[in-house]
Design a protein around this ligand. Structure first.
Ligand SMILES: Cc1ncc(C[n+]2csc(CCOP(=O)(O)OP(=O)(O)O)c2C)c(N)n1
Ligand SMILES: [Mg+2]
Length: 281
């Protein structure tokens, strides 16, 4: 699984200003976005275990959290694919004259896919209520943006489509939240798409729970800088000690409950093998 540890502030800063009826399209690194959108901890863990009670019925796993009861459009393992899905949903929202918005989360690597350019153009042309949120963690697997991008000027590239662009380069959750609130309000009024580039950092390896600073593609000093700016710690420090201890123990209990729920849940029935998949026997 692809952990979003270190990148939580992006998901929380954006999702906190959304309404339950707004939709989000997270990526395969989407645990934080799923939970920030009000997702079910039990449903998430059961999905990781491949159990029938998981949000995708145990057939998706970590990379494919889909939960339309929370308006979380299916995440995908294929880089960049949630961008046009979010744009398509925004087109549907506009057609039914809804004031809801659609949010596409994606990585810096996804901006290199052709569909990113197609989606930006179409969303700008049609003035769709879609917020593009790039989680720029500087790497696509092990390759840094310095070896992939001719220039670092991502916001400038996007701006050429006539889309307002913003950059949050220090992961400040309150700055991002305020910005998201303002652009979402504009989008609800029909102002069309916006783009936010959030600089952030993946603390763990690309896939899996371990650290990978011994691989040589990045430096632990970079992590140290981001650890100093950890927004989970920052927000935690704003809460009175007694209350914080209480919140943390409640969360520990919730996690223990979700893990137990997942372990006790059944695997999907074999007669469900061909339901909700494209193939038919
Ligand atoms: C279309 C496609 N190409 C390549 C891959 C292999 N791949 C998986 S993750 C990844 C890196 C994507 O980087 P980024 O978009 O920055 O997301 P991050 O993993 O950093 O969150 C690549 C190339 C893929 N899954 N899909
Ligand atoms: Mg990346």
């Amino acid at each position: 699984m692809h952990l979003s540890i270190g990148q939580e502030a992006v998901s929380v800063g954006v999702c906190d200003v959304l309404r339950p009826d707004d939709v989000v399209a997270p990526t395969y690194r989407g645990h934080a976005a799923y939970l920030a959108k009000g997702g079910s901890l039990r449903g998430l863990f059961a999905e990781l275990y491949g159990k029938a009670t998981g949000v995708a019925g145990g057939k998706g796993g970590s990379m494919h959290l889909i939960d339309m009861s929370r308006n979380v459009l299916g995440a995908s393992a294929v880089v960049g694919t949630t961008i046009p899905i979010a744009v398509g949903y925004a087109l549907a929202l506009k057609r039914v004259k809804s004031d809801c918005v659609s949010v596409a989360f994606f990585g810096d690597g996804a901006t290199e896919e052709g569909v990113f350019a197609e989606s930006l153009n179409f969303a700008a042309l049609q003035k769709l209520p879609v917020l593009f949120v790039c989680e720029n963690n500087y790497y696509a697997i092990h390759t840094p943006i310095t070896r992939r991008w001719a220039t670092n000027r991502l916001c400038e590239r996007v701006a050429t489509y006539g889309i307002p662009t913003y950059q949050v380069d220090d992961s400040d959750i309150f700055k991002l939240r305020q910005l998201a609130a303002s652009v979402v309000a504009d989008m609800r009024r029909g102002d069309g798409p916006s783009f936010i580039e959030c600089r952030t950092y993946r603390w763990r390896e690309h896939v899996g729970p371990n650290e990978d600073y011994d691989l040589g593609y990045r430096n632990r000093d970079d992590l140290t800088r981001w650890l100093k700016d950890d927004q989970v710690e920052r927000v935690g420090n704003m809460i009175a000690d007694e209350r914080r201890v209480q919140i943390e123990s409640e969360i520990d209990l919730d996690i223990a409950d979700a893990v137990e729920f997942a372990e006790m849940s059944p695997f999907p029935e074999t007669d469900k093998l061909f339901s909700n998949v494209f193939a038919n026997p």
